[in-house]
Design a protein around this ligand. Structure first.
Ligand SMILES: [Zn+2]
Length: 82
């Protein structure tokens, strides 16, 4: 996305719950991958919801940081209750 040619490229999944190949993949530099997952997906999700689009992908609702924080919190809750 940024136009920088880097030695390390990463496969970004447009839909986390979608296929791990083909049109669901973007090859991005690490910076663009992070921006895509943390900013673009949640912003596009909200813009499309605001435009009346329904049934948006679950993985677009929150940034990966929010998802990771919630998963950690859930894991701590589970381990403290056992
Ligand atoms: Zn980039």
């Amino acid at each position: 996305m940024c136009g920088h040619q880097v030695m390390v490229s990463q496969k970004a999944h447009i839909l986390t719950e979608g296929p791990k190949k083909g049109a669901n993949l973007l090859i991005l530099c690490p910076s663009c991958h992070t921006i895509f997952d943390t900013h673009i997906k949640p912003k596009e999700n909200q813009a499309l919801l605001d435009a009346g689009v329904e049934n948006m992908p679950k993985s677009w609702e929150k940034s990966i940081y929010q998802q990771a924080a919630e998963a950690s919190k859930l894991a701590r809750t589970k381990s403290s209750s056992t």
